[in-house]
Design a protein around this ligand. Structure first.
Ligand code: GLN
Ligand code: ZN
Length: 749
């Protein structure tokens, strides 16, 4: 009988208690030196390898453990260094500078890694001289041997690497061809050092665009097959299905396929006979992106099926475990919920249980996990009946008529000014919150502090002369976790951190049951702010699509149903704010675009459901209540129609980093609702000039009706310093005041 092996594609870098983050940030703050950083990271790497070894993983990865980001590691390995950083030794300090910028040069761009909330550093090809630098993969591989682990090196494949990069005069294919001999050298060095096989990640092959990349993909892997025949390459894909008709023909040792997020298509193709039986199949059967324990009985059946289609079966998570927290060990959770959860470490147990069952005929762990899963499932966290139909999902009065009523109520000047919601989360704000969370100060004391901040910032906003004010979001740690802590159906963990970018981690709440609003969440702070001013204060909420996207969602009911449950909860809060007299309410949806499925065939369905949920949460208000929304990205193109159908009275969006493109998207469909274009980039500490702001507004007004136009920064200001915010907003308001006096730019309606 065939023995089954287990593998892992990548393990979280963060450490059980975010040791990774702390070490790196301490180094940046010069609190520890390089030697200490190296030592701490080496210890952590050892711990990560050991955890996997202790969980009996047959193939443990190295190369996944990165100082910042694995895409950036690949850039340094092949000397793809942004032009402005060239000429320096290629070392960790260079790596950090490219990732974060330094006083002389801006950082490279950060972009979301496929449809996850992880961000990678975009490689820049302008005037690069590709060559093989220090082979850190080899170092890591050798290190794992010292620790007593036979690891397999992981490297990002050439096609995906080039697809994720930008700049340079060469064509796509030329770039790939430049890299091929360098990859070959890496493969040879690793094989010589004893690597049994090498995992080459090519997730780009699961996207729509893969169809256009077939020739170069074929060329690349045929080259490797001839030039480095000793290297056993496993072509690893994840997050969606591949076209097995094409991929299955590539001359590699084995294929890694995702059987969780493939909508069933990978399995179907295998059943259709498209998998070459003599190749190794690395089957991603345990969800690498969610936190639920696996239905192990179902996986047993899946393995039985797969066995008949390959001579060598390796089971593994569906993707790197980078996207889930490290372990449940440190959590204090009720057993009833805990049994349903599985973080990175626990997922390795699941694989082990299956391996034992098949190879040793030992069902001890298998039965234990199966029983746990069944107990969890039998609890039914779906108890509530929702009457979705009784909640309006459409504002019946058209925008033009609503606007007349809203203008009467709000009485705003020409080109009204506002901000996106948050003001600086200063060290003091964070310290108060931490003290309060750890019971070092009382509720009263914390609330008093928050109130004082609100008051201070209402005064600042009035002083500056903004038109629609905000309370500042001082009571919120994070725009999703805050709601997760307060709504029923969510669980907030203590150490469930996941890397978002660089040293930044987020702690997504876990939605395990029916979502329910039970009491107002934001009314107190908003009303307090409103009591201090005659200007309208905008209520500030996170929308259902974003809350769902930035949480770990339950999987026992359809995703859209979870989203609608959240929508009803947000609707309650919207109504509570309105009832309390708030006239302007913003429902943020910054994650709407990133949730877009990788394959375009699913886009329409996703967008329809997203629009529906947003409208469920915002359509019950009176015509005179003004609904705002906010999104902070600039590639609207394919989703612009959906944005329009949200039917928000005002949308504020980011544009400052991509001017022309965005306005064009909005022009192409004649966007005729209220719109605020971000007129300066809040991600930079730089204070904009009046001229820049005026130019930005003038430019936008050539395309957008002046009576619909709002002026605002392009995102929340929580990461900025107080002084920067005051200065920048003063410049913004001054520019607008001049434009108000200047009638020459006024457009006829
Ligand atoms: N209202 C939020 C803020 O101002 C919006 C944040 C976001 O768009 N990511 O911080
Ligand atoms: Zn934003």
């Amino acid at each position: 009988m065939m023995t089954i092996k287990t593998s892992n594609l990548g393990f979280p870098r963060l450490g059980k208690k975010r040791e990774w983050k702390k070490a790196i940030e301490s180094y940046w703050a010069k609190k520890i030196d390089k030697a200490e950083l190296d030592q701490t990271l080496q210890d952590l790497h050892k711990e990560i390898l050991t955890i996997q070894k202790d969980h009996h993983v047959d193939h443990i990865p190295t190369g996944d453990f990165s100082l910042y980001d694995h895409v950036l590691d690949t850039s340094l390995l092949f000397n793809i260094i942004p032009e402005r950083f060239q000429g320096r030794p290629v070392d960790d300090d260079l790596l950090f500078d490219i990732a974060r910028g330094n006083k002389d040069h801006v950082a490279s761009a950060l972009i979301k890694w496929f449809n996850t909330n992880y961000h990678y550093i975009v490689p820049e090809w302008d005037n690069v001289s590709p060559q093989l630098n220090n082979n850190v993969l080899l170092e890591k591989f050798n290190f794992s041997k010292e620790v007593g682990v036979t690891s397999h090196p992981v490297i990002l494949g050439p096609v995906t690497y080039v697809a994720l990069s930008k700049g340079g005069d060469q064509s796509f294919d030329e770039k790939v061809r430049t890299l091929l001999p360098l990859y070959k050298e890496v493969f040879e060095q690793l094989t010589e050092a004893g690597a049994e096989y090498i995992q080459v990640d090519e997730p780009i092959l699961v996207t729509d665009g893969a169809a256009d990349l077939q020739d170069i993909t074929k060329e690349a892997y045929e080259f490797f097959n001839e030039a480095a025949p000793a290297a056993k390459l496993v072509l690893q894909t994840y997050f969606e299905r591949v076209d097995l008709n094409f991929v299955g023909q590539l001359p590699v040792y084995g294929f890694g396929l995702d059987f969780v997020h493939d909508n069933g298509f990978n399995l179907q193709q295998i059943k259709d006979g498209l998998f070459p039986k003599e190749k190794a199949l690395f089957a991603g059967i345990v969800d690498g992106r969610n936190v639920w324990s696996t239905n192990i009985e179902e996986k047993k059946a899946l393995i039985e099926t797969l066995q008949s289609y390959t001579d060598e079966l390796v089971i593994q998570p569906s993707s790197s475990l980078l996207h889930v927290p490290v372990t449940l060990e440190e959590e204090t959770l009720d057993d009833s919920v805990r049994e349903g959860l599985s973080f990175a470490t626990e997922k390795l147990d699941e694989l082990y249980a299956l391996k034992q069952l098949f190879n040793e005929n030992d069902d001890t762990l298998y039965n234990e996990l199966k029983a746990q899963y069944e107990r969890f499932e039998s609890q039914s966290f779906k108890q509530l009946e929702y009457d979705y139909d009784s909640v309006k999902s459409e504002r019946t009065t058209p925008f033009k008529e609503r606007k007349v009523l809203q203008d009467q109520v709000l009485n705003l000047p020409d080109l009204p000014t506002t901000t996106i919601g948050s003001f600086p989360q200063s060290r003091e704000v964070r310290k108060y919150r931490a003290d309060w969370k750890n019971n070092r100060i009382s509720d009263e004391k914390y609330e008093e502090f928050v109130q004082n901040e609100i008051k201070r910032w209402i005064e600042i906003q009035e002083e500056i002369g903004l038109d629609v004010l905000v309370h500042g979001e001082f009571e919120r740690n994070d725009m999703v976790e805050f709601f997760g802590e307060k709504l029923n159906g969510f669980l907030v963990t203590k150490f469930g951190w996941v890397q978002s970018y660089g040293s930044r981690a987020v702690k997504p709440p876990i939605i395990y049951g029916d979502v329910k609003w039970t009491a107002p969440l934001t009314v107190k702070e908003t009303l307090y702010a409103q009591s201090l001013t005659d200007k309208p204060v905008k209520g500030m909420l996170t929308g259902p699509v974003t809350i769902l996207n930035w949480s770990f969602e339950r999987v026992d009911i359809p995703r859209s149903e979870v989203q609608d449950q959240i929508a009803l909860a947000i609707n309650e809060e919207v109504l509570a704010l309105e009832e309390a007299g708030i006239k302007v309410i913003q429902v943020d949806e910054p994650a709407l675009r990133e949730g877009l499925p990788l394959r375009s065939e699913y886009h329409e369905d996703y967008l329809n459901k997203a629009v529906h949920s947003f409208r469920l949460s915002t359509s019950s208000v009176q015509d005179s209540t003004q609904i705002h929304t906010h999104m902070c990205y600039s590639q609207f193109g394919q989703i612009i129609h959906a944005i329009k159908s949200l039917d928000a009275d005002v949308i504020s969006i980011e544009t400052s980093r991509s001017h022309g493109d965005l306005i064009k998207d909005f022009e192409d469909i004649t966007y005729d609702l209220g719109i605020g274009l971000g007129v300066y980039d809040i991600h930079s500490p730089r204070i904009p000039t009046e001229e820049e702001i005026t130019v930005a507004i003038d430019r936008a007004l050539q395309e957008i009706d002046r009576s619909l136009f709002w002026v605002n920064p392009d995102c929340g200001l929580k990461t900025r310093q107080e002084e920067e915010v005051k200065q920048a907003l003063t410049v913004l308001v001054n520019s607008v005041e001049k434009l108000r006096q200047d009638n020459t730019v006024k457009q006829p309606n």
